[in-house]
Design a protein around this ligand. Structure first.
Ligand SMILES: [Zn+2]
Length: 237
């Protein structure tokens, strides 16, 4: 048996699985000790997106190449040539890259934060839009599964946050002065003049909202020409 790394913890039980390419794997369940003191020290808001897969409120952005798009030509050629094994190999390659990237990104977050607030972006709504392919490729579900158990292991906390209007709400003053267009990555708040990177601002806003800041519909003024604060479709991009 080939081990990519030593088995960590006390081996309890195991099972066998076979992947789409016919390769066999041994799954070993181990008992490991959780940390008793939080390893990380930050409170982090986390915004899940399509262009920047994971943006954190401390300014760290994790981006991964669009794997489906990157391998589209090779996969189409293999499909036209009826090379089933080649197609399966490409799919497995994409899945492995995605899983490896996500593990590295979520582990880095788990190690530097004691509280993680994840935006409640809905992938089920987005897969009904033209962004369906990008939504599947972003694999938010894997991030959501990994962050809580990695938090538990490092004595941290992981909770769901409220991301409504986070991309248009200034995290510094709470005014909804952000741009409505999807293509705008950076903007300057018209009220307080602070420059924002869109996804990092959204992550900071998710954290601020969780920390008890008033919601936009509870007293923060809407800019002149702004849309109805109660119209959720107008603010979530
Ligand atoms: Zn502002």
């Amino acid at each position: 048996m080939w081990l990519s790394r030593p088995v960590d913890g006390l081996v309890k039980t195991g099972s066998f699985t076979q992947d789409a390419r016919g390769r066999w794997y041994v799954n070993v369940q181990c008992a490991v000790r959780d940390a008793t003191e939080p390893v990380g020290h930050l409170d982090l808001g986390i915004d899940l997106g399509l262009t920047s897969q994971i943006a954190c409120s401390d300014g760290v952005i994790s981006r991964r190449a669009h794997l489906t798009r990157q391998h589209a030509t090779a996969r189409a050629m293999a499909q036209r040539a009826h090379k089933k094994r080649r197609v399966k190999a490409l799919q497995a390659t994409m899945a492995n890259i995605r899983k490896d990237w996500t593990h590295q990104a979520t582990t880095a977050i788990a190690r530097r934060a004691k509280l993680r607030v994840i935006g409640d972006v809905s992938s089920t709504k987005l897969i009904k839009t033209p962004f369906a392919a990008s939504t599947y490729a972003a694999a938010w579900g894997i991030v959501r599964r990994q962050l809580p158990y990695k938090a538990r292991r490092l004595a941290g906390i992981c909770v769901d946050g409220h991301e409504r209007c986070s991309r248009v709400t200034c995290a510094d003053c709470g005014a909804r002065s952000g741009p409505r267009g999807l293509g705008v990555r950076t903007w300057v708040c018209l009220c307080c003049g602070v420059a924002h990177e869109r996804d990092v601002n959204a992550a900071r806003d998710i954290l601020a909202f969780r920390s008890g800041r008033a919601t936009p519909s509870e007293g923060i003024p809407v800019l002149e020409g702004g849309e109805d604060v109660n119209e959720s479709k107008s603010c979530r991009l």
